[in-house]
Write a protein that binds this ligand. Structure first.
Ligand code: MF3
Ligand code: CO
Length: 248
């Protein structure tokens, strides 16, 4: 069921979103060569608790950590472990928190030290697609407009547009209806209305679009071993246009 929200609900989600943004920024600052992924998970857990929030990923369908850390060819749902970052890696960080019962969810991808120009191209195009998708989050637009705007950026950049994982509605739960595909036909699909909140989250690969899940049941990697990037924001659809809730 799609739930509709007003300024009060969006205000609470903005509080959650602010904490998500703070965690993303601090994890990014702390992520350098030699840093263990687990230590970034602990850092995130501390900030979330300090801000009076709950980490929404922990125990979600049994997920064993507070955030997702997805390096290099990991697309999403990487579990923070004892691996250490190295110069030239890229790292996707995905954070979700609950503040007074309301959710925020966002992700970003960045380089560790100097990265290849190909990797830089991947990051820039995936972030551009996020903002192209957000710009379609307007009353009267359709989900196909959002998906098409996202995939058009990936296609033009020569990247693999992941299809198996999607954006979603969000509010009192992390995953609500509707599902927000990263591809689609303009003018088709569900009509967006003010009062909806959605997570827009393109995942692009330097190589092909295909994915596989590792034996841990969580880690999603590119089938061809190519690098992958993921950017996400929680967005409110308001009478005056999209409002990004996961900003500092
Ligand atoms: N942030 C992811 C999403 O957007 C969810 C992470 S899955 C979890 O849908 F298991 F880690 F929670
Ligand atoms: Co999400």
């Amino acid at each position: 069921m799609i739930t509709f929200k007003g300024p009060a609900e969006f205000g609470r989600m903005r509080q959650a979103g602010r904490v998500v943004a703070e965690v993303l920024s601090k994890v990014r600052q702390a992520a350098g060569p030699g840093v263990e992924l687990r230590s970034l998970d602990r850092l995130a857990a501390e900030i979330v608790a300090e801000r009076g929030c709950l980490p929404s990923f922990l125990n979600y369908h049994g997920y064993p950590a507070h955030i997702c850390l997805s390096p290099n060819d990991t697309i999403v749902h990487g579990i923070p472990d004892t691996r250490r970052l190295r110069e030239g890696d890229i790292l996707s960080v995905d954070v979700g928190v609950i503040y007074e019962g309301w959710h925020g969810d966002a992700a970003t991808t960045f380089g560790v030290g100097d990265i290849s120009t190909e990797a830089q191209h991947l990051l820039e195009a995936t972030e551009k697609a996020l903002w192209a998708g957000i710009d379609q989050c307007r009353d009267g637009k359709r989900l196909g407009d959002v998906g098409h705007a996202i995939s058009a950026v990936g296609d033009a950049a020569g990247l693999g547009v992941v299809q198996e994982y999607t954006g979603h509605g969000i509010g009192r739960q992390m995953h609500e209806e509707p599902q927000v595909l990263n591809y689609g036909e303009p003018g088709k699909g569900l009509r967006l209305k003010r009062g909806m909140a959605v997570c827009i989250e393109p995942m692009f690969n330097l190589g092909g679009r295909h994915t596989k899940v590792l034996d841990d049941g969580w880690t999603v990697v590119t089938a061809d071993g190519s690098l992958s990037a993921h950017f996400e924001h929680t967005v409110a659809i308001t009478a005056s246009g999209p409002e990004v809730l996961t900003l500092p």
